[in-house]
Design a protein around this ligand. Sequence first.
Ligand code: NAP
Length: 419
Amino acid sequence: MSYDKIEVPDEGDAITFDEETDELDVPSTPIIPVIYGDGIGKDVGPAAQQVLDAAAEATGRSISWMRLYAGESARERYGENLPEDTVEAIREFRVAIKGPLTTPVGSGFRSLNVALRKKLDLYANVRPTYHLDGVPSPVKSPEKMDMVNFRENTEDVYAGIEWEAGTDEVETVREFVEEEMGFDSTIHDGPVGIGLKPISEFGSKRLIREAIDYALENGRDSVTLVHKGNIMKFTEAAFRDWGYELAEEEYGEDVITEDTLWDEYEGEAPEGTVVVKDRIADNMLQQLLTRTEQYDVLAMPNLNGDYLSDAAGAQIGGLGIAPGANLGGGRCLAEPVHGSAPKYAGEDKVNPTAMILSGRIMLEQLGWDDAADLVRDAVEETISSGKVTYDLHRQIEGGTKLATSEYADVVVENIEKLS
Ligand code: NAP
């Protein structure tokens, strides 16, 4: 494929996807697209690249970076927010990393993040949530948290099917619901906004499949389906039921239910099996705090996933730390959870850890687990020695406050030391 707005580097090769094995075929020097993004993206993007390069080099590999543009940088260069070349290059090169993109408040401006996920059909938002030694946390035992949250990215009340109060459209829907569907005394009189909550078998199963595959491949103990099926029987309960159905249909003895665990195995799962269980979302939110260590991989519809992954993220240190990625169809777009924090843009000040650890997810997708672990260990070593950026510095006693670039330098030194 040729591009007008992108320079494909001479060095390196494209990652391909083997349909038969369902796996990525990764050359020793893959071409990896990178979007720095808006605001602090120009600070955390290069810092993460520097660290990921060092981890690749320390494990005998290299990365050939390919700069892509979206948001402000794309507007400056090409007069558009999201050039089609940017989307196509991620589609072609499969594993990419991006910084945050600003979504100005106000009508008529769609979130570029949502647009990218939709165009590439990246249906699973993944957030590994683990504590790094030395990171201040609001809970007593943050080290108990080691979860990976899979949030469905395309359906639910976030599908965007909604109508504004006072419009002809909303009145048409109200009439249909009341007269055709018989809910004649449910909606209050007067202005009302109405939204739809689609949850499909297809959307639920492909998300839960990602979560179960991840658990099996990474030696995790359980996958918990988090739902509000007690109230929303045909959407949230259906998500849960499709999850159990999928486990039975596709995984045989590799996956057992919590009932089977107790009925047949007295609570001791056979080596290598994954237990599928389910919890009601409000209960799950409190169990995040009270029984943290009993949860491992979570699979959730969109809204539950939104709330739960932020709550879990807070327990291990918050926004400067929390990494993420969007997966689907053999593609990965890694991105930190935080936004573009415009007031700090270009100040070489903010914490690049979330972007660096998003890069760690990217390395795992490449199958470079040794490099991924090295990144984690080097970041932990840096923070636990008290060398931190302003956000963590204000929460700890003593310590050395570093700029973004200085912090990245220390992480690289630690990679060299640990490898
Ligand atoms: P934000 O950019 O995440 O920043 C909120 C606050 O979080 C910052 O003021 C800072 O707090 C802290 N923070 C965020 N990133 C940090 C980092 N790397 N290191 C240290 N502290 C960090 O949230 P926002 O202000 O609500 O959003 C700004 C823009 O980003 C909006 O346009 C929003 O739409 C967009 N956004 C994009 C994405 C994405 O691209 N995926 C995600 C979320 C938001 P203190 O000032 O207290 O230190």
